[in-house]
Design a protein around this ligand. Structure first.
Ligand code: DP6
Length: 350
């Protein structure tokens, strides 16, 4: 075994779910299938240096986030790495691992960084594994494994390793779909969806009161959970067909219904909680009114927080941007917006 340092570096994007993963079982497996757009500008860049050292039984991790130590992130990653060593990546055993990571978006923007962060690190780990095997072919199996490893770190991260759009979770009408890892569906979608913009309106930059992980667990006692899981399966069937046919209005309806369902599930959990703010609702109302008045196909979604993702095809960029600037930005925290769009997936940087 070589004792020389091995190095890997990847940039990986965030993603925004349209049909949402909300509820899990077993070892990070989803209770229902989900589908997402891969973004392009909200990315995490991660570099890993690994030295193999037989003297250490446990992994020795040093972790820097934006050049500084971060104990909370480090402990989550350490737990995940120790689990990976046992079950999936034994080559990491007894190694000294330096991780250095940074985000393209501000830390306090309220944007979830676990999808881009966990996928970037997983890609680095799979790259190191390939180096031990002297494999240089970053083929479908490489991304499948990176998706699998990402899922164990954070469920939604497994969709970030693919360009354009990904599905995670078994669905009987989606070939190769699996609870274990995501699959890329870019060849099954109409070109209009490849042009979609996602302008993220930052309503609040504060840390969430209830984490997604806690939210998933609350689904276990939610009386609506069985109906919700069936609904997500049915919506996946309808959405996959709309994505294939370029049916933007069906896409928009399902996407908005999903965002409302996600937040309704939070409000009827025990204990109930609410992550939308007044400004989130004001923005949602204005988007609906603007669409009804103008016919411009702009839609919203939310992840597990108050920020609004405004989704629209490239063709409508200029009028939508004008509308956002005049009507929606005044509701944003310090007028903040992150202008993103559908992207081409992760990039190897080292
Ligand atoms: C609402 O993937 O952050 O964004 O698996 O516990 O890390 P963990 O949860 P996470 O949950 C994401 C929830 C969501 C919907 C989605 O991205 O599908």
């Amino acid at each position: 075994m070589p004792n020389n340092p091995m190095v890997a570096g990847w940039e990986s994007p965030s993603n925004i779910a349209l049909v949402k993963y909300w509820g899990k079982y077993g070892d990070q497996l989803p209770k229902n299938p989900s589908v997402s757009f891969t973004l392009s500008k909200a990315v995490t860049t991660t570099e890993v240096t690994m030295v193999r050292s037989d003297q250490h039984k446990d992994i020795e991790l040093s972790f820097l986030f934006e050049g500084k130590e971060n104990a909370a992130f480090a402990s989550r990653i350490e737990k995940w790495l120790n689990k990976l060593v046992q079950d999936h990546l034994p080559f990491l055993r007894g190694s000294i691992i330096d991780v250095s990571t940074k985000n393209s978006f501000p830390h306090s923007s309220g944007i979830a960084s676990s999808a881009s962060g966990m996928s970037a690190l997983s890609l680095c780990l799979c790259d190191l594994l390939y180096q031990t095997k002297e494999e240089r072919d970053y083929d479908d199996d490489f991304y499948k494994q990176a998706s699998f490893i990402s899922r164990l770190g954070s469920g939604s991260a497994c969709r970030s390793v693919y360009p354009e759009m990904a599905v995670w979770g078994g669905h009987d009408q989606i070939p190769h779909s699996s609870d274990e890892h995501a699959i890329c569906i870019k060849d099954q979608i109409h070109p209009v969806f490849k042009t979609f913009h996602d302008d993220i309106l930052i309503v609040s930059a504060q840390e969430k009161k209830v984490s997604s992980t806690a939210g998933h667990h609350l689904m276990n006692g939610n009386p609506y959970a069985p109906a919700r899981y069936q609904q997500a399966h049915d919506r996946m069937t309808l959405l996959m067909s709309a994505l294939h046919n370029g049916d933007v209005s069906t896409f928009g309806k399902i996407t908005e219904d999903e965002a409302m369902t996600l937040h309704a599930l939070m409000m009827c959990s025990d204990p109930p909680y609410m992550l939308m703010e007044e400004a989130s609702l004001a923005i949602i109302k204005k988007i609906k009114t603007y669409r009804a008045d103008t016919g411009v196909p702009i839609y919203f979604t939310l992840d597990a927080g108050p920020n609004i993702h405004v989704l629209y095809p490239e063709e409508f960029q200029s009028q939508t941007e004008n509308f956002i600037t005049s009507d929606l930005l005044p509701h944003c925290h310090e007028g903040r917006i992150i202008k993103d769009k559908v992207g081409n997936g992760p990039k190897k940087i080292k």
